[in-house]
Design a protein. Sequence first.
Length: 362
Amino acid sequence: MASHRRPRRPGRAHTSVLTAAAATAVALSAQGGGTAHAVPGPVGKEQVKAQVDQLLLEQEAATEKYNGATERADQLRQQAGQLQDRIARGQERVAELASGLAAVAGDEYRHGGIDPAVQLMFSADPDAYLSQASSAGQVASTQAGVLKALRAEQGRLDQQKAEAAAVLGELDRSTQLLSSTKAEIRRKLQESERLLGTLNAADRAAIVRGTDAPVTVGRPAGGGAASRSAARGGVQIDPAALPQASGNAATAVRVALEQQGKPYEWAAGGPGSFDCSGLMVYAYAKAGVALPRTSQAQGNVGTGIGTDWRNAQPGDLVVYRADRTHVGMYIGNGMVVHAPRKGDVVKIMKADAITINTIRRI
């Protein structure tokens, strides 16, 4: 027969245990929100966005560091090559001068013995010989000029060798910096991709777009660059509505706008992909103007216009953030064209979407 006893109520101690267990489960659940298995949601999205934004900021800074190291390494290679050419020519001149002095020694021998000055010349320590010969007056006037030239040429050659060694040492350090920076960039990109992979497609796209205004200048036709930019949420603006630039700036603006829709790629300078400073270099190169490779260096070229975009003219470089790790080109109407970051394409954003560090007129 079934029992009719009422079930015993849990005691106060038992209730406390259950409450603590529930709290522990909630805490553990919250701690798991940062893992790759987090359930997509507003909180998860914002956390991922913050982390990805920071990673991409660090990646962009590392990219400009890499660009600077690449530029410096190229300069050092060229400098080393020039020094090596000068050293080779110097060695040839030293050999010619030494050959002339050897001829003098042979002539002395054929005419009754080698002069003491020439004997000193072929001693084991030529520098000691030169100092002795100079102080003792043992070098004939016809030989003194050759000896002086030999000594000067040898001194220049030694200096060039020291310079070459210093340049090659710096080049080695620059190469090591390139390697370590490249590895750092890849780590940050991989981590950002891992984080983005925890979100759905719509949330990923929203994070990648970042602060960019959904604007595209130009009329897309046949799947061109402008249409690819429009596919990222762009709206068309007639280029005729923009204020007209002049001179080199007009060419640079036109070329930069033609790159819309092409992908961002770190350390890329076109024509198929770009990073932020690479786009500026590419556009102005088409106008016959050479710019430095990094956004930091670009922040020092031309004439400073302050930080108010209202004073900017089409073609001005707008350099962003305190560390100058991003740059765009002003196109008018309060907008710049730029290469934003990994996963995005060359497109337009509001000129003041990021804190402006300096505006430069080229």
